[in-house]
Design a protein around this ligand. Structure first.
Ligand SMILES: Cc1cc2nc3c(=O)[nH]c(=O)nc-3n(C[C@H](O)[C@H](O)[C@H](O)COP(=O)(O)O)c2cc1C
Length: 383
């Protein structure tokens, strides 16, 4: 669900009351600020964005160094409807660096979201404006990354401790890119805090003060002290019930759940409670898991391509990228394709050939077809 950013008057930011759907108060303990929200929540009316953008029933998570445009190209060959997220890009890198380096993408990627990292409204606004020019459908603010480097820059997960600043950032981004959806990705809490109230307060504040209506929630706390980013994706326990509760108490929001979700059965289960599921590592290590997503979750009638057709498209893509002579080498693409045969008997041969430095060095796209044929590929994929 996306709402009209333009319909958000200045009264919205002040939290003025209006007669539009309210979050449903639940029985029992309900965060005080969420109670307040019940009386003062000004949902803007629906807007064309809401009708034109596909639903976030499924999305592939933003993953630094992994979900670059070459990975996204492959993912888009497997699923037409799933949302794809870029890696997190620092707003400053776009504003002060070469925007093309960070924002260039393939035409076929939509629906695609750019994830920004930052905490300076002005910088984020400039980056958001650029992103809109590059045709991103959505701009997502990272409030979930726990890495020490990001903490040093006072953004990522530590932003969950400063909802007013996040609101300023989201509003600045939305003002700069009024026709692009602005969303947020965050955790369920910070450090060892286990209550629901701070999470509801964070979301409630953003709902009252910004046009953001889509919340991607990684169902783990971020422990800011002593865990590496990798450990922070594994050690803090998953608590899906908190995300379900957010959806119950804010039924008009689009709530996307993330964290530890791997199978179509898991996805179907979560979709009974929330609007969408975001899958990260499984979609990277086993991209073919996405093969049935359009049919199962978007009611797509047209069958998704099988591996031989995907390999053929990857080969043609590699050919085209290499012929541009813009610095892309075969390894930049092939490293993302290693998981494509995950679970098949010859997966190891595929992985070995596509990661072999000697085979990759000549930059010949035919290596993709050779690896496929060495795995017993049926020859549909042709040079
Ligand atoms: C290599 C890697 C890089 C990541 N980079 C980002 C990032 O740039 N922005 C972000 O919000 N989350 C990032 N994440 C976290 C994922 O988006 C996701 O929240 C997390 O992996 C949990 O989902 P999963 O269990 O389905 O993998 C990253 C995860 C991995 C494995």
């Amino acid at each position: 669900m996306q709402q009209d950013p333009k319909a958000l008057s200045s009264s919205h930011r002040k939290g003025a009351a209006c007669k539009i759907p309210m979050p449903r108060p639940s029985a029992g303990c309900f965060a005080q600020s969420a109670q307040l929200l019940y009386h003062a929540h000004p949902f803007p009316p629906p807007h064309s964005l809401m009708n034109t953008l596909p639903k976030h029933t499924l999305s592939v998570a933003p993953m630094l160094d992994w979900t670059d445009r070459h990975y996204r190209y492959m993912a888009r060959q497997i699923t037409r409807h799933t949302w794809l997220y870029t890696e997190m890009v620092n707003a400053g890198a776009i504003v002060f660096g070469d925007p093309d380096r960070f924002l260039a993408r393939n035409e076929c990627e939509n629906p695609v979201a750019l994830q920004l990292g930052g905490s300076e409204p002005n910088l984020l606004a400039q980056a958001a404006r650029k992103a809109a020019e590059y045709g991103y459908d959505e701009i997502n603010l990272n409030c979930g990354c726990p890495s020490p480097r990001v903490q040093k820059g006072a953004f990522g997960a530590c932003l969950m401790l400063d909802a007013p600043l996040v609101a300023d950032c989201l509003n600045a981004m939305q003002d700069a890119a009024p026709d692009t959806a602005v969303t947020v990705k965050h955790r369920i809490g910070i450090d060892r805090q286990t209550e629901y109230a701070p999470l509801a307060d964070f979301v409630g504040h953003l709902v009252r003060h910004t046009p953001c209506r889509t919340f991607v929630v990684h169902a783990r706390n971020a422990w800011l002290d002593g865990l590496s980013p990798k450990e922070n994706r594994e050690v803090p326990p998953l608590r899906y019930e908190l995300v379900y509760r957010l959806k119950q108490e804010f039924p008009d929001l689009e709530i996307i759940i993330n964290g530890g979700i791997r199978t179509n059965e898991d996805i179907a289960l979560h979709l009974q409670h929330v609007d969408g599921v975001m899958v990260g590592r499984e979609a990277y290590h086993n991209p073919f898991v996405m093969h049935d997503w359009d049919r199962l979750f978007y009611r797509e009638k047209q069958p998704a391509p099988e591996r031989d057709e995907i390999v053929q498209r990857l080969y043609e893509y590699a050919q085209q990228q290499l012929s541009k002579n813009q610095g892309t080498i075969l390894r930049h693409m092939a490293r993302h394709y290693l998981g494509l045969l995950h679970g098949l008997p010859k997966a190891r041969v595929w992985r070995r050939m596509l990661s072999d430095a000697d085979l990759l060095r000549p930059n010949r796209p035919e290596l993709i077809l050779q690896a496929w044929q060495a795995c017993g590929g049926n020859g549909t994929a042709q040079p």
